[in-house]
Design a protein around this ligand. Structure first.
Ligand SMILES: Cc1cc2nc3c(=O)[nH]c(=O)nc-3n(C[C@H](O)[C@H](O)[C@H](O)COP(=O)(O)OP(=O)(O)OC[C@H]3O[C@@H](n4cnc5c(N)ncnc54)[C@H](O)[C@@H]3O)c2cc1C
Length: 243
């Protein structure tokens, strides 16, 4: 296990083919097909456990349980997505960096942060400098990389809903976050229903071929439920404004 104390040491660890371990919940869980890395990188020496409410930054090593206690006013979608993720016990392990850096198609936090315009600070093997990326661009980043911080984006009326099937703690089938802009338009982001989190136009959803189709649900069902969740969120956000 490599425990870098500086960015140069982290860059060197990435250059050696190291893989970041966050809370280990995904890497070690039998439910997630565990694949412990050959060279593991522990970010605990880099001071990434902090949350800055003024700047709206949180460190990659912040656990979801800690994020739940953070001041998330104006970011209801984020609060709801965190509360919907896994179980209270798992949320004490799962890190913000682990959800985002793990790039699971079913990550609930990703669409919630994306509608607020969140960005991630990353270090890659290619360049020793830190850089900020729009959160959804993380899906295109070549490994290995490390997520160090995330901005929570701009505050605004937002909401999050998901359908997980029979058990509420089951992996999501469809997760949608929405944000209402001052001019009455919306930004919606879908995950779990699609191979990666994507912004969608509520009036023109992607064709059914763009949705996942597996033993848990057909692509047609996932597309239909995306439409249902978007209309529920639209009503919820209108209600928030009226209140
Ligand atoms: C029982 C259970 C239930 C779950 N339920 C949900 C759910 O309801 N909703 C949901 O969204 N997710 C759910 N998950 C998935 C969970 O959010 C992911 O597995 C997440 O990656 C775990 O975070 P971690 O910090 O433990 O990451 P780890 O297990 O340590 O790492 C997971 C992956 O992320 C990478 N990674 C970790 N930290 C970083 C970083 N800082 N930078 C770059 N890459 C990094 C690792 O290299 C690895 O590929 C569940 C997981 C479990 C085990």
């Amino acid at each position: 296990m490599l425990v870098p104390k500086t960015l140069d040491e982290l860059h060197s660890a990435l250059s050696q083919g190291g893989q970041v371990v966050g809370g280990g919940a995904g890497i070690m869980s039998g439910a997630m097909h565990p694949r412990p890395p050959a060279v593991a990188i522990d970010l605990s020496g880099l001071g990434l456990e902090g949350m800055d409410p003024v700047a709206g930054h949180v460190g990659a090593m912040v656990r979801l349980a800690a994020l739940e206690r953070f001041e998330l006013t104006g970011r209801n979608a984020v609060a709801a997505a965190v509360a919907a993720t896994a179980s209270p016990t798992a949320r004490r392990l799962i890190t913000v960096g682990g959800v985002l850096g793990g790039r699971l198609h079913g990550g609930d936090l990703t669409p919630a942060l994306a509608v607020h315009g969140a960005c991630v600070q990353v270090l890659t093997r290619d360049a020793p400098q830190l850089r900020w990326l729009p959160l959804l661009d993380l899906a295109d980043l070549a490994r290995p990389f490390a997520v160090l911080r995330v901005t929570l984006g701009a505050a605004g009326p937002s909401a999050f809903r998901r359908i997980a099937g029979h058990q509420t703690v089951a992996p999501s089938l469809v997760s949608v976050a929405g944000l209402r802009h001052p001019n009455g338009t919306h930004t919606f982001c879908v995950s779990a229903a699609t191979p990666r989190a994507v912004l969608v136009d509520a009036e023109r959803l992607p064709p059914v071929e763009k949705f996942l189709d597996d033993h848990r649900a057909s692509a047609a069902y996932r597309r239909e439920m995306t439409s249902v969740l978007i209309s529920q969120l639209t009503q919820e956000l209108a209600g928030l404004e009226a209140a």
